[in-house]
Every structure is written in structure tokens, then in C-alpha cells.
Design a protein around this ligand. Sequence first.
Ligand SMILES: *[C@@H]1O[C@H](CO)[C@@H](O)[C@H](O)[C@H]1NC(C)=O
Ligand SMILES: *[C@@H]1O[C@H](CO)[C@@H](O)[C@H](O)[C@H]1NC(C)=O
Ligand SMILES: *[C@@H]1O[C@H](CO)[C@@H](O)[C@H](O)[C@H]1NC(C)=O
Ligand SMILES: *[C@@H]1O[C@H](CO)[C@@H](O)[C@H](O)[C@H]1NC(C)=O
Ligand SMILES: *[C@@H]1O[C@H](CO)[C@@H](O)[C@H](O)[C@H]1NC(C)=O
Ligand SMILES: *[C@@H]1O[C@H](CO)[C@@H](O)[C@H](O)[C@H]1NC(C)=O
Ligand SMILES: *[C@@H]1O[C@H](CO)[C@@H](O)[C@H](O)[C@H]1NC(C)=O
Ligand SMILES: *[C@@H]1O[C@H](CO)[C@@H](O)[C@H](O)[C@H]1NC(C)=O
Ligand SMILES: *[C@@H]1O[C@H](CO)[C@@H](O)[C@H](O)[C@H]1NC(C)=O
Ligand SMILES: *[C@@H]1O[C@H](CO)[C@@H](O)[C@H](O)[C@H]1NC(C)=O
Ligand SMILES: *[C@@H]1O[C@H](CO)[C@@H](O)[C@H](O)[C@H]1NC(C)=O
Ligand SMILES: *[C@@H]1O[C@H](CO)[C@@H](O)[C@H](O)[C@H]1NC(C)=O
Length: 753
Amino acid sequence: MPLFHQILKTFFHALIIAEVILGQSDREVLLELKNFLQFQNPINHGGYNSWPESGTSPCHWQGVGCDASGRVNFLDLSNSNISGPAFQNLSRLSGLTHLDLSANSITGELHDDLKNCLHLQYLNLSYNLISGILDISSLTNLQTLDVSQNRFEGGISANFPAICRNLSAINLSSNNLTGSISRLFNNCLKLQDVDLSWNNFTGNVWNGIARLRQFKAGKNNFAGSISSRTFSTGCKLQSLDLSSNHFYGNFPSSIANCAGLTYLSIWDNHFNGSIPPGIGSIHGLEELVLASNHFYREIPLELMNCTSLKYLDISDNNFGGEVQQVLGILTSLTNLVLQENNYSGGIVSSGILGLPKLALLDLSFNNFNGKLPTEIASMGSIKVLMLAENNFSGTIPPSYGQLVNLQALDLSYNSLSGEIPPSIGNLTSLLLLMLAGNQLSGEIPREIGNCTNLLWLNLVGNRLSGQIPPEMAGMGRNPSSTFAKNQKNPSLMKSVTSKCLAVYRWVPSSYPEFDYVQSMMFSHKNCRTIWNRLLMGYDILPASSPLRTALGYVQLSGNLLSGQIPSAIGAMKNISLLLLDGNRLSGHLPSEIGSLQLVALNASNNSISGEIPFEIGNLGSIESLDLSCNNFSGSLPSSLEKLSKLSQFNVSYNPLLTGEVPSSGQLSTFSELSFLGDPLLSWRSAAGHPRPKNGTEFFFNGTEYPTKEDISVSVIAFLVFFSVTFVIRELQIIIFLYNIIMYKLTDHRTPLQ
Ligand SMILES: *[C@@H]1O[C@H](CO)[C@@H](O)[C@H](O)[C@H]1NC(C)=O
Ligand SMILES: *[C@@H]1O[C@H](CO)[C@@H](O)[C@H](O)[C@H]1NC(C)=O
Ligand SMILES: *[C@@H]1O[C@H](CO)[C@@H](O)[C@H](O)[C@H]1NC(C)=O
Ligand SMILES: *[C@@H]1O[C@H](CO)[C@@H](O)[C@H](O)[C@H]1NC(C)=O
Ligand SMILES: *[C@@H]1O[C@H](CO)[C@@H](O)[C@H](O)[C@H]1NC(C)=O
Ligand SMILES: *[C@@H]1O[C@H](CO)[C@@H](O)[C@H](O)[C@H]1NC(C)=O
Ligand SMILES: *[C@@H]1O[C@H](CO)[C@@H](O)[C@H](O)[C@H]1NC(C)=O
Ligand SMILES: *[C@@H]1O[C@H](CO)[C@@H](O)[C@H](O)[C@H]1NC(C)=O
Ligand SMILES: *[C@@H]1O[C@H](CO)[C@@H](O)[C@H](O)[C@H]1NC(C)=O
Ligand SMILES: *[C@@H]1O[C@H](CO)[C@@H](O)[C@H](O)[C@H]1NC(C)=O
Ligand SMILES: *[C@@H]1O[C@H](CO)[C@@H](O)[C@H](O)[C@H]1NC(C)=O
Ligand SMILES: *[C@@H]1O[C@H](CO)[C@@H](O)[C@H](O)[C@H]1NC(C)=O
């Protein structure tokens, strides 16, 4: 029939014309979008900036894609420096199926325009600042939804099951979403991957999780016991994370039905009873994290069938007695974390020291005692060994020098005695050595200088004596070889346990820059990530930090070290924190100290004498400088005025310091609390720079009418000055008397020590 044919032909023509018009209008919308984004973000632009104002089809523009008919169906504006509210006309791209706005700084709430992009199959809004209620109930074609890392709040029941039909992956993690999910996904028959972590969801876990491939619900307010029906036969789960919730009761042994499971984490809940034996039949299980629960009794023998298990963390539970032999059979283990239990023995008899691939062993915070096992010396693959906070005694076996792959050795807070074995110098991969809080004696072995990767050394609170060996300057000289190894093999570095207890010992958080590192570790989701970055030698400090790479430390406080600080110390370029306080160091502070790149130096409570070296003014990054309670003499070097980052400064109780505290520059910003017990120091307040008044006032500038207290103080000061000219040697006694008088005159705000 020709008429029908004609109609059909016209219809198709119309369709083609419509397609062309629509295609052109897609281009217009994109150009409007470009204008909008350029206007909104005047400084940094993204790939959209290259879209041509004139020309042809947008199908090959950066981040744009089209379907067969030439309609724009794909738009990727991820990581494009977009800030401010979102563009309101995207729904005019009516063919859009894939929209990625992730990794920008888009603010405001989701608006109706986006809800009208009805054909969307892929929507990624992750890593933005979008707030308000998550309402996408009209997007019924969605297959992939990622809104993680935003500020969505409220419930999600309006969306599910409304958009369930084709949904296969949803990521809602890191928002403030609330409410129960127990029935919401029942009709999402294609769902495979669900990530709800880091929200505030409540109620029990959804009983359909066995259908999924991946279910992550960590760090929420889920609660209740987990029914054995949750893991029904045919369970498809490969990865399950229920950590940091309030689940309780026994963990069901029916987990055995999830035969394809490779990752199971239920740490930080209230599970009790014994570890479910069913786990033993999951042969492919690689990671098992049961930490911070109330598991107790024997580890079930069935676990020995987990022949693929690489990472086992049962820390912070109620295990005790001897370490069980079942652990020594798990020959695939690379990381074994038993910290914070009540184990008291069995390290050798369990066979764990013979595990051929073990790279990390954490036995800290238990009740182990007796000598350190010499068998450890044969652990060829060990990289991180933590035996801290136990009751080990005796000496450190010299044979530990064979552990040439060791990167971190933490034996702190035990009862170890004797000398640090010189074979420690054999540990050329070592990055961290923690021996604090023992009774180690003798000298620091010179060989430690052979540990060229050793960036973090803490020997605080022992009985080490003798001089600081000049060879020590070689430690940490070039940590790049260990960093390079770790960069090649980043998977090793599941080194810090779920709770990151080691960080408390390892990061000296009361000092600048390190305080920042620690705050980052706690504000971020997982301190592991940051610790791993440190072990790979990557920057973690903000761009404003004076330090870019070197973040090393040497902590020797609270020992019996004596003699002069070696001038070789000036070569320790990678050390930013040097703590020498509370020793018996004497002689001069070497001028080479000025060649370091220190952020903090504490040499207080020693007997260091002579002048404070002028070169100290070269420590341009220093923020904290404590030289108090020594015998420094002479005047404060004028170079100190240049230290513009200095925020903590203490030269108190160096009674021989003389001269004037500068009235300008950085030193003028400190109150007299920084200069207590330095009676020979004087002040001249310059106009505009009055000395901050605080606490004990014992100088006056002479123009003000002196108060009664000022007079008595000045009399004493005069006495002191007077005496100086006659009996230098008696000075200390006079100062002592002076201090006592001062103590009585003032309101005891700053107790003399
Ligand atoms: C975002 O801005 C930064 C800084 O100007 C620039 O280096 C980067 O290339 C921009 N990103 C894109 C995708 O253009
Ligand atoms: C959205 O499109 C309308 C026309 O449909 C136009 O008037 C308006 O200016 C556009 N808004 C933006 C932000 O481009
Ligand atoms: C969403 O975007 C982020 C950042 O660009 C990306 O890492 C993530 O893989 C994307 N999500 C999905 C489900 O593709
Ligand atoms: C979640 O809400 C709390 C309390 O209202 C707020 O402090 C926090 O910043 C919010 N978190 C996010 C990711 O929006
Ligand atoms: C959504 O699912 C329905 C029914 O299963 C199917 O007909 C339709 O093609 C799917 N849509 C998409 C965009 O895959
Ligand atoms: C969900 O998003 C977060 C943050 O963007 C990401 O770390 C996580 O791996 C994602 N989850 C899944 C299952 O992809
Ligand atoms: C999570 O929800 C509980 C009540 O269910 C509330 O008390 C708490 O403040 C919420 N936390 C956040 C971070 O919103
Ligand atoms: C380990 O698995 C084997 C074979 O699957 C089985 O015969 C054995 O009983 C299991 N061992 C334990 C302790 O469950
Ligand atoms: C030092 O390391 C080598 C291997 O590099 C080893 O053969 C030797 O026994 C070690 N020395 C000591 C004292 O441990
Ligand atoms: C290790 O240090 C000692 C003492 O400082 C030195 O004599 C020796 O040559 C060093 N060994 C190596 C291999 O560098
Ligand atoms: C003396 O001190 C007072 C306040 O304590 C101040 O106002 C005055 O300017 C000072 N005089 C001189 C000369 O510094
Ligand atoms: C001044 O004294 C007050 C009260 O004793 C104290 O809280 C404050 O920290 C002091 N300020 C300075 C700069 O020392």
C-alpha cells in the first residue's frame, strides 16, 4: 500500500530529523554546561575546558560519549575541579545513561534535574559534598549507584525497592544515612555488591546477604544476633565485612555454606563463644579478622583446613594459655596478629615461628615471659616483629642479627636487660627499632650506624650509658632501599592491626609534625593506610609542613648517656625529631646541630654547658626547642630571632645565661615561662613589643612606678648581679636561695622543680 509506505517514510524522516535536532541540542546543553562550569570555577578547570565552542558532534569530546544514533549517552566529569552547586540542566541530555560526577567538590542537595535523568544506568556521585536526603527513586534503570563519601543523611527506604529492578552494585559508604535496611533489598534480585559502611544504619542485618557477592556494612549501628539462616545453602558471598557494629551472640557456623568466601571481617563487635568451626571448611579464605570480640576457648582444629589463610587477626579477645598448634599448621599465613590476649607461652611449641611465609607477627600486649626465643632468628621471611608490652626478660639474642629482611622490631616495654647486641648493625632493612621501657644497659653499639634505613629509633627509658657513638650518624642515612621494596610489594603492609595500638608507641604524638601524623591516623578510616604510606616512603604531611619527606626520629631520653653530643650528628639529614633529654650529657652543644633539619629538639635535663651555638639559628623548620635545665652560659644567640616557626621554646633553669632577651623577632613572642630560673637574663621591652605579662613578674622596665613586689624582686636581682662580680663560683647557691625567695613571693603557679 503506497499511502502506508509514504506515511512510514515520513515518519522515519521525522525520526531522523528529530535525532539530528536532539543531537544538536545535546551539543548546546554541553556548551551551556561548559559555560556554567567555567563561570563557577574561575581558577582550576577540568577536561571540559577543551570542548570546542564551534564545530561538530560532541561525541568525541573529552569525557563525552554517544550511542549509535549520535545522542550523548555518556558523560564523565569526574576529577574535574568542579565546586559549588551542580548544573541544573543535565536532564536535557535525555539519552544519558552514564553519568560520573565523582571526585569533585559539588555541594548542595540533589535537585530535581538529576532525578529526571530517567535513563541513567550508571550514576557516580562519590567524593563530593552533597548533602540532604538521598532521593533517586525515579531512576529505575540504575545498575550501578555510587554515592559514597558525601553528606547524605536520613533514611533510604524511598529508593528501595523502587529502583531495585536492574540494580547490581550500590555503594552508600561514608555518609550519614540512617534507619533499618532489613527488608529494603528483598526485591533487588540482580544485586551483587553492596557497601553500606561508615553510616549510621541500625537494626539487624538484611537476611538476603547470602545472595550477594560482596556485603560491607562496617562502622554502623547494626545490632542483634546473626541467625544461622543468614548464611543459607548456596551462599554466594565472597567478601563479608560486619566490623564495628553491635552484633552479639555466637557467630553462626553456617558460614560454612559460603564456600567462596575469601574475606571475612567481624572485628569490633560483641561476638562470644568460640570461633565457629564452620570457617574451617572455607578452603579459599584468605583474610579472617575476628579482633575485638569476646571469643574464647580453643581455636577450633577445623581451622587448619583454611589452607589459603594469609591474614589472621584474633587480637583483643579472651584467648590465653599456650599459643595453639593449629596456628602453626597454617602455612600460607603471612600476617598473624595475636596481640591483646592472655597468652603466656607456646610461642615455640605452636610452630608459628616456623611458618614459612610469615612476614608480620604481633604478640604484643600478652603475658609472655621468659627469654626471647632464639628460634626467631631463623624466621627468614619476617619483616615486622612486635613483642612489645609483655614480660620478656634476659638479653636480646645476638642471633637476631640474621633477620636481614626485618623492617620493624618492637621489643619495647618488657624487662629486657644486658646490652643491645652489636649484630643489630646487620639489620640493614630495618626502618623502625623500638626498645623503649626495658632495662638495657651498656653503650649504644657503634654498629647501629650500619642500619642505613633506620629512620625511627626509640631507646627511651633504659639504662644505656657511655657516649653517643659518632657512628650513629649513619643510621637512617638512606632508607630508600626498604621503601623501594615496600613500594613493589604493597600487599605486605597489612602490618598494623585493626586497632592500631602500635601507633601509640611508634608515633611521638606530643611533638610537632608527629602530632599531625597521629591525628591523621585517627581521623582517617584506617591508620593502616597511612602507616603503609610511611613504610613506602610517601609524603603524608600537608603541603604547608616544613618537612616533605624526612620524618625520622631519634629518641634517647631517660637514659644514663654521658659525654659530649658528637658533632657527627650534623650528618643525620633525615632526622626531624631529636630527643636527648634526661641524660647526663655534658660538654658543648656542637655547632653542627645547625645542619640538621629538625622540627623538634629536646636536650633538657642534662649538664650541657658553654654557649648555645649561633648555628642553632639555621634550624629553620624548628617548632619546638627545649634546652632547659642545663648549664648553658653566655647570651642567647641573636640567630634565634630568625626561627619563625618556633612555637615552643624553653631555656629555663640555665642560671648562667646572660644578656638580653631580644625584643623583636620570634623570641619576643614567648612569655617569661620560657625563661624561668635564668636570673641573669634581662629584658628590654621595645615600644609595640611589650613583654607579655604572665605569672611571675621579676623584671621591670623602670619607667613604671615599681610595686612593692617589684622592689623586693629588684633588690634580689641586684644582690645577684652584685654577687656575680665577686664570687662566680657561689652563684649557683645564690640562685638557689633566690629561687626559694621567689617561690615564696609568687603564688606558686610554676613550681620549682
Ligand atoms: C585541576 O586543577 C589542578 C590545579 O590547577 C590541575 O593541575 C589539574 O590538571 C586539574 N584537573 C583537571 C582534570 O584538569
Ligand atoms: C537551563 O536551560 C534553560 C532553558 O531550558 C535555560 O533558560 C537556563 O539558563 C539553563 N540553566 C543553566 C544553568 O544553564
Ligand atoms: C566512582 O568514582 C570513584 C572516583 O572517581 C571511583 O574510584 C569508583 O570506582 C567509581 N565507582 C564505581 C562503582 O565505578
Ligand atoms: C554526620 O553527622 C554528624 C552529626 O550531625 C556530623 O558531625 C558529621 O560531620 C556528619 N558526617 C558526614 C560525613 O556528613
Ligand atoms: C531492566 O530490567 C528489565 C527486566 O529485567 C529489562 O527488561 C530491562 O532491559 C532492564 N533495563 C536495563 C537498562 O538493563
Ligand atoms: C565504596 O566506596 C568507598 C569509598 O569511595 C570505597 O573505598 C569502597 O571500596 C567502595 N566499595 C566497593 C564495594 O567498591
Ligand atoms: C547515629 O544514630 C544515633 C541514634 O540512632 C544517634 O544518637 C547518633 O548521634 C547518630 N550518629 C551520627 C554520627 O549521626
Ligand atoms: C579437613 O578437611 C578434610 C577433607 O576435607 C577432612 O577430612 C578433615 O576432617 C578436615 N579436618 C578437620 C579438623 O576438620
Ligand atoms: C649478618 O647477616 C649475614 C647475612 O647477610 C649472616 O650471614 C650473618 O650471620 C649475620 N651476622 C650476625 C651476627 O647475625
Ligand atoms: C659496621 O659498623 C662497624 C662499626 O661502626 C664498622 O667497623 C663496620 O665496617 C661496619 N660494617 C659494615 C658492613 O658496614
Ligand atoms: C614599660 O612597661 C610598660 C608596661 O609594662 C609599657 O607600657 C611601657 O611602654 C614600657 N616602657 C618602655 C620604655 O619600654
Ligand atoms: C598566662 O597565665 C595563665 C594563667 O596562669 C595561663 O593559663 C596562660 O597559659 C598563660 N599564658 C602564657 C602565654 O603563658
